[in-house]
Design a protein around this ligand. Sequence first.
Ligand code: HEM
Length: 107
Amino acid sequence: MTSYVAINVLSVPAEMGEQLEGRFAARAGMVEGSEGFEGFQLLRPVEGTDKYFVFTKWASKEYFEKWRDGQGAAAHAGERAQAPGPMAAMGSELWAFDVVLDVPPSA
Ligand code: HEM
């Protein structure tokens, strides 16, 4: 089965980047226990874009959707209650991909 990549693309004003990263440092930490989860990265823009990416990888689209509707929703509800300060992101959009090739380094 091919893996599935879901990227949350966040518009963050330059002066808010540090705050966004701070929120992720205080994140719920639930995603790593989710079925079908294959990893995630918070990516800070360096060149070519000013968007932050939350890159997530899943065993299939169905696992992503299950997380999004369950623990993912809980993690994002918690953010408003638990993490300090206002939301740093001014907008977000979801990009999704099927993984066609996934090449690890040779041993
Ligand atoms: C409405 C759009 C969204 C916004 C504004 C948003 C923002 C955030 C923020 C600020 C955090 C940091 C944790 C916190 O503050 O509690 C977080 C956590 C996270 N977000 Fe989102 N998010 C959104 C949707 C999504 C989507 C669609 C995905 C998947 C592609 C995603 C993936 C994650 C993951 C994996 C975490 C860490 C959760 C954990 O630790 O269990 N987010 N998000």
